[in-house]
Write a protein that binds this ligand. Sequence first.
Ligand SMILES: [Zn+2]
Length: 232
Amino acid sequence: MGHDAIAYIAECNLTPKAKKTIEKILGHSIVYYATWMDEWRAEPGYEHTSAWHTASVDKNLVYAPRPKGDVIFALEDAIAKLQDYKQQDDSTVVMSLRCIIHFVGDMHCPVHVKYADQKSYNVYLNGDKCSYHNVWDDQIISRSHRWGYLEYAHQLDRCTKQQIKTITAGTLRDWFHENARDSRHIYELVGPNEKLDKNETKSFVNHTHEYAERQILRAGYRLAHVLNELFD
Ligand SMILES: [Zn+2]
């Protein structure tokens, strides 16, 4: 749902020319492909994309490229290929678009930053055991407003032109570093194997969903910005 909301916020902020060109290439809207990279990551021939959904930072919170590739590598590679998309074959253009649509979202998800000194762990939300990764991928959203992607876009996408300009300033790596800095705090909220009862779970969601929504909104505007730069 987070990916659909990001893609739909982006769709609402595409220029008419970029929207038309992209939909002609894809045969669908960008929302249609928002989670494609997640659905296809285990299919034969796509296993190598599995490493592309996250990226690491060093102890100074600076991007540390991984040999097998990561979300920043995948995005920079896809954007580079689409700079002259008219010279590329159709499958390269479609695949690069699917990468951008999904991975701009992933790079804004707090748990998709891999910190050098931070291991992944499980927590218990009101009796349900889940990975803390899943809490930020899914649980906070599904346990707060329970809106669909249209409602998320309708409620969140209310920034002024100037605010959008500020959010979309900088490079892909600047955005990733911002996420790395701002998301560090989430590991102080719940520790490994910590059990939150019903009220503690509610309180946890109360105190975290606005940050998750902020990341969704930023990812949406930035996805539109990347696509408008390439296709307008
Ligand atoms: Zn993903």
